[in-house]
Design a protein around this ligand. Structure first.
Ligand code: NA7
Length: 555
């Protein structure tokens, strides 16, 4: 520990028998900012990261075409004005390698490396009621104790390969998009199969198709996908944003609905009108304007798109019509067009040449909607009795999202209660930050907050700052603890379900609902109240002196 840190701890008079004041799990954007805050406070802090590099999701997801679909100028840390001015993005939407450069730059900039421990996968955490601290175990046998533990494990970090019959018998090469090798994978001259057509596949397919001898796509549910319109970062736009970053960020935080405001290189406000109450002309003008901008800006279109089926249908039909024009073969287009579930009820995809890829001679589509994948053999994939032989299978099959990464750690709270038991049926956490019976254990971008539906950068920064103040409030002394009153957790869950009950999200089998994982209980995993409302609710939780929490301080 450095002398300055020791001095600071001496200053606040910490008497803590734990090895660490705060142990953070996960070196994504959320965990790294948490580490920065703890360092600023002079805490004894450690961050454990399973990978051998930092970046979390952006460390693991290195498949061809991996790129963020929130604009780079908005998908970056917002808490440090100097950093904002210093860093320049090269593209409108940063690709994975640039995101990794950014995250490493930030770790250097804030001098985070001394407290990051790589290659350290946390397996279990057990609360000690006598000391009010956590014992944390890891895969490589390192055990440690910490007064507070912050799970910054990510909501799209637990990749899943479905348990296809015969999956282990396959003799070719296999890849999972969310755990892609660091070395370049060369598909030249190979026949490749890819299972899945979510965001990851939609990004990877156009690039793999250019290289492979033949690419076969196995599609279960056609996605809704909007052209991303990526390009080198417009320098005028960069200048504009950098000249008004404080105001821009405030609008992202408080006046954006989902955390981003750029549309067609301009700052905008979300559209607060109903899609069915405006004239068709006005409606189509909004949809056209967003189509020109590209990407995810439909999330800030008409206010009722995710609440009202009729409103939603207008956008779904608009997108289908636009999509139809991108595919040469009308029969194939019918197979690729999304139907039967509301647009945005599964996460919208944003693509670069996805549909046009199906116009190539070396790409074919196998629909597994009515004929699911039967099995995987030593040579390939079997659908409807036909074997599709291939040299490579890529699983772009998604994540055990939101709860998966936390659930894979064995977490034992007060009274030997297992967190997975507490979350049985559906996860529960006050403000999505802390669960009753699990004192001093915080979740960033976890369930019951709105991580899945807003720009994660903004949400996690806000949560980190909340957790930072909460830890400071409850203290680091032995025996001190903080957890929600049972009724506070109940109240939040009632509020979350009230806010989400009429959402069209319930009408699709998405990872938002846990419905992409066989056996996972179907439940709304995220708070749908919007970013501003979430910020208000969490701030209210503090301004009444944490009345909804039980804070046991040590005199
Ligand atoms: P997604 O969006 O969950 O996509 C996974 C894809 O894999 C999707 O098309 C699934 O079809 C398909 N899938 C999953 N299991 C199966 C089985 N058993 N059989 C056939 N097809 C299957 O994950 P991504 O990695 O693409 O994107 C995750 C998020 O990252 C995304 O939402 C953005 O936020 C960024 P389904 O739709 O379930 O029928």
């Amino acid at each position: 520990m450095n002398v300055a840190v020791e001095k600071d701890i001496a200053k606040v008079g910490v008497q803590n028998s734990s090895e660490w004041d705060v142990l953070i799990v996960g070196a994504g954007f959320a965990g790294l900012y948490m580490l920065h805050k703890c360092q600023q406070r002079g805490y004894r802090v450690r961050l454990f990261e399973a990978g051998d590099g930092i970046g979390g999701t952006w460390y693991w997801n290195r498949y061809p075409g991996a790129r963020v679909d929130v604009e780079s100028m908005e998908y970056s840390y917002t808490f440090d004005a100097e950093l904002e001015q210093k860093w320049s993005w090269s593209e409108r939407y940063a690709a994975q390698p640039e995101l990794q450069r950014y995250v490493n730059f930030c770790a250097d900039y804030f001098d985070l490396w001394p407290n990051i421990q790589l290659n350290t996968k946390v397996t279990d955490a057990v609360y000690n009621e006598a000391t009010g601290s956590w014992r944390i175990g890891t895969e490589n046998g390192v055990n440690t104790t910490a007064k507070h533990c912050v799970m910054a494990t990510g909501f799209l970090s637990s990749g899943q390969i479905p348990n296809f019959d015969g999956v282990d018998s396959y003799q070719g090469e296999t890849y999972l998009t969310s755990k892609w090798p660091k070395e370049k994978v060369d598909f030249t001259g190979k026949t490749v199969s890819i299972i899945g057509t979510g965001s990851s596949a939609v990004q990877a397919i156009p690039l793999i198709a250019k290289e492979a001898e033949h690419l076969t796509v196995f599609q279960r549910t056609p996605p809704y996908s909007i052209p991303l319109r990526n390009e080198p970062l417009n320098k005028e736009f960069e200048k504009l944003v950098k000249s008004m970053y404080p105001e821009w960020r405030e609008r992202q935080r408080w006046q954006s609905r989902a955390g981003f405001i750029a549309v067609n290189n301009e700052p905008t406000y979300p559209n607060d009108k109903s899609a069915i109450e405006v004239s068709e002309k006005e409606r189509l003008a909004d949809y056209e304007m967003r189509w020109r901008s590209g990407g995810l800006c439909y999330y800030s279109s008409f206010v009722d798109l995710l609440q009202n089926q009729e409103a939603n249908d207008t956008l779904a039909e608009f997108v289908r019509e636009k999509t139809r024009q991108r595919i040469n073969d009308p029969e194939l287009a019918e197979l690729l067009l999304p139907r039967g579930y509301p647009i945005m009820a599964k996460r919208l995809c944003a693509d670069t040449g996805y549909y046009e890829t199906y116009n190539r001679d070396n790409v074919s589509l196998v629909s597994t909607k009515s004929d699911p994948i039967e099995k995987i053999t030593a040579r390939g994939i079997v659908v409807a009795g036909r074997e599709y032989v291939s040299d490579v299978i890529i699983f772009a099959t998604g994540f055990d999202a939101v709860t998966g990464a936390i659930s894979r750690i064995s977490v034992t709270g007060r009274g030997d209660r297992d967190l997975n038991d507490h979350w049985e049926g559906a996860p529960r956490a006050y403000l999505g930050l802390i669960s009753t019976g699990f004192p001093n254990l915080f979740f960033l971008d976890g369930p019951c907050a709105n991580g899945a539906l807003v720009s994660p950068m903004l949400l996690s920064e806000h949560q980190v700052e909340w957790v930072d103040r909460c830890i400071a409030h409850s203290g680091l002394e032995e025996g001190a603890s903080v957890e929600p009153r049972p009724e506070s957790e109940d109240e939040w869950m009632v509020h979350m379900h009230e806010v989400g009950k009429d959402s069209l999200l319930h009408k699709a089998n998405s990872w938002y609902m846990g419905a992409n994982i066989p056996g996972k209980p179907r439940a709304l995993l995220s708070y749908l109240g919007g970013l501003e409302n979430y910020r208000q609710q969490t701030e209210a939780g503090e301004s009444d002196n944490y009345r909804k929490l039980v804070v046991s301080k040590v005199a």
